[in-house]
Each structure stands twice: as structure tokens, then as C-alpha cells.
Write a protein that binds this ligand. Sequence first.
Ligand code: COA
Length: 214
Amino acid sequence: MTLTALARASQRADFPRAPVAPFAVLRPLRGTKELVALRLEIDADIPARERLLNAAFGAERFAKTSEVLRAGRLPARGLALSAMHNGELVGTVRLWHIDAGGKPALLLGPLAVADSHRSLGVGGVLMREAIARASALGHKAIILVGDAPYYERFGFSTALTTQLDMPGPVERARFLALELSPGALDGAHGMIAATGAKAPRSRAKLASTRRRAA
Ligand SMILES: CC(C)(COP(=O)(O)OP(=O)(O)OC[C@H]1O[C@@H](n2cnc3c(N)ncnc32)[C@H](O)[C@@H]1OP(=O)(O)O)[C@@H](O)C(=O)NCCC(=O)NCCS
């Protein structure tokens, strides 16, 4: 295989890659003696993750502008996390490769915690773990659309997105960013675009069936 062909093949989602080290971290559930385990999402989590997201956001989640940047893509390697308690999925967060007006970055979302487990710190531990892992994996900035009063505690702000646009309607007050490397978004200007690996056809088809069914 020529170097050019190899470079092209390496862009494909099914190209063999060095595995991301599996991990599991335990964190206390606030105000209880229980622990929540964070780990990489596995395929067996997907039905429970989809039920959790439907319960948290309803069917309109598929109409969100951020979804345009996620549909048909795979999340960034090592950055799809599940929070497990007593063998059940109680929280989820994923991050996605994007080009943020000329700067490589990640889009975070959706983040959701099961109604039964809210205000126990699960959202916070998922966010902190996602940010730490993104930084350790060499990513430089994270963008999201969400409630500023929640995300400001992790360092997100609207100040870094003033020159950026989403490929659809977005409330500027909810359009937030965090630099993992200072200055990473300096000069970022223009439309955000998806850059992640395309999901294999079978997975993309399953996701679109779920969208239609929701
Ligand atoms: C937002 C969400 C992920 C937080 O998860 P969580 O595990 O309850 O979060 P934590 O326990 O770490 O933090 C809870 C705190 O955040 C606050 N909080 C929760 N959602 C908030 C919001 N949208 N805006 C501001 N504060 C919020 C809670 O009031 C609570 O405050 P307290 O610590 O003073 O009691 C969860 O409520 C959820 O899944 N919501 C529905 C989906 C959603 O809205 N996701 C993205 C937010 S845009």
C-alpha cells in the first residue's frame, strides 16, 4: 500500500487503531455511601443510553442544531463515557470532533443523568472526567450548547464563541466554550463543522431508525 493510500485508509472509521486504555474510576454519590463507576461506553450500553436521552430530552433532541454535527459520526476515541450504578447506566456524555472556525476542537453532548440519580454529583463527575480525559488525549478546546448556569462551574463561557456560528439556530447565551490549552480558540472564526470519522453504515442506519422512531 502506498503512503497516500495508507493515509486515506486511516481516515476510515473501521481502520484498526491502537486501543484507548480501558478505565474505570469510582466516585462517591454525593450524600450517600454509594459509588458511581465511570467507564468507556460499550455497545451494550446503547439501548439504555438512548432510553436515558429520550427521557431527558424527548424526541425533539434530534432536531437540535448540535445533532447536525453528530449525525452519522462516531464520537471522539476514548470520549464516550457511561456512569454506572448497581449495574445500571445512570449517566452519559460524549464528545465529537469538530472544526471550530479553523481550530480543531470537540463538541460536548448530550450530557444526561437519570432522573433517579440527579443532584448526586453524577453530572459533575462525568463533566470533570470528560474534560480531564480530553485534555490528556491532547485536545485543545471544547464547545457545547447548554445552560450556562450549569456549565460555567466547569469553566465554560460565551466569551470564546462570539466569532463562531453553529450550522443552524443557536441561542448565543447557551453557546459556550472552554479552552484546555490557553489561546486554543484565538482567531477561531466562522462556522463549526463536523470532522469526526463517519460511523460505519450499519451503525448510521441504526441511529437513523432510532431518530425516525422517536
Ligand atoms: C443537567 C444534568 C446533566 C445535571 O446532572 P446532575 O447529576 O444532577 O448534576 P450534579 O449533581 O453534578 O449537579 C447538580 C446541581 O446542578 C444544578 N443544575 C442542574 N441542571 C441545571 C441547569 N440546567 N442549570 C443550572 N443548574 C443546574 C442542580 O440544581 C444542582 O445544584 P445543587 O448542587 O446546588 O443542588 C441533569 O440534570 C440532566 O440530565 N438534565 C436533563 C438533561 C440536560 O438538561 N442536560 C444538559 C444540560 S443543558
